[in-house]
Structure formats: structure tokens, C-alpha cells
Design a protein around this ligand. Structure first.
Ligand code: F0G
Length: 368
């Protein structure tokens, strides 16, 4: 057997060894696909579960903390898990075009997978509130981008009506195939740890991902692949926390533009996950988000986007309530490169600019 084959982990569901084929093939028995489904994949999934000792040290008491770095998916966010399923099923149903509302990541992923499947993508985004990297992706993948004078919630209302009235498939997380694909992240965590964690910390926006994870954890538990179920800990930005405050937020605001959502469509499913798992919803401030964001990058070398850091910020806020020796997974939903403006404005780096082009000057600047 070649070295590469030895290094690549076995497919979780089939037990065979090969190059990772993407999550539909890896988890086919757990997904609503058949031989008739044309699989549209960019070999998403199989993202690393990375121990983060500096976060564990802040908590102490023998707690182990991992991050599920889903920003390493093909378009840089967890949305790819949902899009491989949603687009494969849309193609199976002979759809020629898809539509979504998005704070950025959904639109990037929908555009990439639509093009991979030879379909058209239309995306509605809130004007001025989509991070540069995400907008760049939607444009370069060739989506038709419509930026509206309104927020994500307003855009979602429009696309829901569009898909009712016109022959176009909606690929927001109201599309049930999205959550089916996204639940595979819970499978991967259990496959890596050998059991479910004690806590799963996750940012919430439209609240699809927390619902998908809970479905995945319950399914694997039912199939006896895990001995326990985690507490689902959902975190929102304090200026945009409809689930924490239990009301619609008309004008949500946060630095974490990915989760700048005031009226989540998956509200009921998320509340159910919280109740069934004896979990908790909590708000974190933008300052707490930025602190966790900087800490992950500067202490661990892990660059995520601000919305993703809400999971770690929330964990640190709850650190005194964590039982001894717990295993905790924080989901890092998106890649830091998505939002370079946020990174450039929020870091503690030493950045010497316009230094003279001269060895001695450079050495002196460095303190030699
Ligand atoms: N983290 C990131 C990086 C996101 O892009 C999103 C959602 C979330 C967390 C929240 O996930 O909505 O399932 O609760 N982004 C959507 C978008 C809304 O349009 O890209 P959720």
C-alpha cells in the first residue's frame, strides 16, 4: 500500500481506504440519496478536529478543547456540507437554477456548487454587509449577485417567495437537504473522538447548523456509534441575538456579519436542540468575539472568521460552569480569509511600514 493510502483515513461508513470522496460518498447510508442522484461534490468534509491547548489552559480542570475547523472546506465554510446535498438533489429534480439569501458564505458555496453542477445561481445579499472575500467568491464563481437595500432577513423573505412563484430551487437552510449534509460534521466529530463531546459550542445565525449537528449526534447515537449526546451550546452576537432574547431583532448589528440575523428561520428546531440536549443559548459581545478571534490566531495559528470565534468566546464566558475533565468541541464555521478587513483592523501585530530598503535599517528595526 502506498504511503498516501496509509495516511488517508478510512471512509467512515464504508471502511475502505482511498482518497476522501466527499461527504455524500463517505456517509451515503445516512443520507437521502440513491443511485439516481447525480453527486455534485468538491470533496468537502473531513475537516480537522484540532486541540487548542491555550483555550483549555484558560479553563483548567482537566478540560480538553478541540476546534472543528470547517473553514477548511472547499469554499471556506461549513456551507459546502449542505450545498453538496442541496445541489445534488436539485440536479436530480432537473432544476436549472438555484437562489439564496446570504450574509456571504451561503452565496459563495451555492455559486460554486451550482457551477460545478452546470446550473445557474442567483444570490441576494444585504448591501454593504458582506465581507470582501465572500463577495469576491460569489462574483468569480459566476453567480448573478443582487445586493438589496435591506438586511439578510428581508432578503430571505424575497427568495422564499421567489422560489414559490418561479421555477427556481431555494438553497437556504429551509431546504431540508442542507441540514442533511451539514449533520455529517457531527458524524466526523464522533468518528474522530470515538464518542460525542460533552459540549458542542456553535455560533447561531439562521440556526440551521445547530439543528443539523443535533440531528447528526442523535442519529449516530441511535446507531450506537456514540455512547452519549452533547449539550448544545448556541452563541449569538449580543447585538443580534433573537434566540437568546426570544424575540425578533429588527435591526441586528455585529462585527460578525455572517450572523447578523434578526429572525432565524430554524428557530423551532434550534430551541428543540437546546431543550432536548439540556443546552444553553447565550450572547457574546463583539469585544469578546474579537478577543477569541485574536487568541485563536495568535496563540494557536488558527484563522477563523469573527462569527466562528463566537463559539470560543461563548465557551470562555461559560468556563466556570464546565464539569471536570469534559471534552468540548467548538465549531469554527468559516475561514478567516473571508474577512480580511476585520483581520487588518483587529490584531496586535507589530507592523513596521515603509522601512528603508537597507539591511542595517531593517536589522535595527528588528532590534539587532
Ligand atoms: N458562521 C458562519 C461563518 C456563517 O456564515 C453562518 C451563517 C453561521 C455561522 C451561522 O449558521 O445560520 O446555520 O446558524 N451564514 C449564513 C450565510 C446565514 O448566508 O452565509 P446558521
Amino acid at each position: 500500500m502506498s504511503l498516501i493510502n496509509k495516511l488517508i483515513r478510512p471512509f467512515a461508513a464504508t471502511g475502505s481506504q482511498c482518497i476522501w470522496p466527499g461527504l455524500i460518498e463517505a456517509y451515503r447510508p445516512f443520507l437521502p440519496v440513491s443511485e439516481k442522484t447525480p453527486v455534485i461534490t468538491l470533496q468537502e468534509g473531513a475537516t480537522p478536529l484540532i486541540p487548542v491547548q491555550s483555550i483549555a489552559n484558560r479553563i483548567g480542570r482537566g478540560v480538553k478543547v478541540f476546534v472543528k475547523y470547517d473553514g477548511l472546506n472547499p469554499t471556506g465554510s461549513f456551507k459546502d456540507r449542505g450545498m453538496t446535498m442541496a445541489l445534488s438533489k436539485a440536479k436530480e429534480e432537473n432544476s436549472e437554477a438555484v437562489i439564496c439569501a446570504s450574509t456571504g458564505n451561503t452565496s459563495a458555496s451555492a455559486a460554486a456548487y451550482a457551477k460545478r453542477g452546470g446550473m445557474k445561481a442567483f444570490v441576494l445579499i444585504p448591501d454593504g454587509y458582506v465581507a470582501q472575500g465572500k463577495l469576491a467568491q460569489a462574483l468569480v464563481y459566476g453567480a448573478e449577485v443582487i445586493s438589496i437595500k435591506g438586511n439578510f432577513d428581508a432578503a430571505l423573505e424575497i427568495v422564499q417567495k421567489m422560489s414559490d412563484q418561479y421555477p427556481i430551487t431555494l438553497v437556504n437552510s429551509v431546504n431540508p437537504y442542507r441540514l442533511q449534509g451539514q449533520k455529517t460534521a457531527a458524524f466526523e466529530i464522533i468518528d474522530s473522538l470515538g464518542d460525542a463531546p460533552d459540549w458542542l459550542c456553535i455560533p447561531m445565525g439562521n440556526a440551521g447548523n445547530i439543528s443539523a449537528y443535533w440531528m447528526g449526534f442523535k442519529e449516530y447515537f441511535k446507531h450506537k456509534k456514540a455512547k452519549k449526546l452533547p449539550k448544545m451550546m448556541g452563541f449569538q452576537a449580543s447585538g443580534s441575538a433573537p434566540l437568546v432574547q426570544n424575540k425578533i431583532i429588527k435591526e441586528p448589528e455585529t462585527i460578525a456579519t455572517a450572523i447578523r440575523i434578526g429572525n432565524p428561520v430554524n428557530r423551532e428546531k434550534a430551541i428543540n436542540a437546546k431543550i432536548e440536549s439540556k443546552g444553553e443559548f447565550l450572547a457574546v459581545t463583539d469585544e469578546e468575539i474579537v478577543e477569541a478571534y485574536k487568541m485563536l490566531a495568535s496563540k494557536e495559528g488558527i484563522f477563523c472568521e469573527p462569527a466562528s470565534a463566537a463559539s470560543v468566546a461563548g465557551l470562555l464566558k461559560r468556563k466556570d460552569n464546565i464539569p471536570l475533565n469534559s471534552t468540548i468541541v467548538c465549531v469554527l464555521t468559516g475561514n478567516g480569509l473571508k474577512d480580511p478587513d476585520c483581520a487588518i483592523s483587529n490584531n496586535d501585530a507589530v507592523f513596521h511600514i515603509k522601512v528603508e530598503n537597507n539591511l542595517d535599517v531593517v536589522a535595527k528595526t528588528m532590534g539587532f
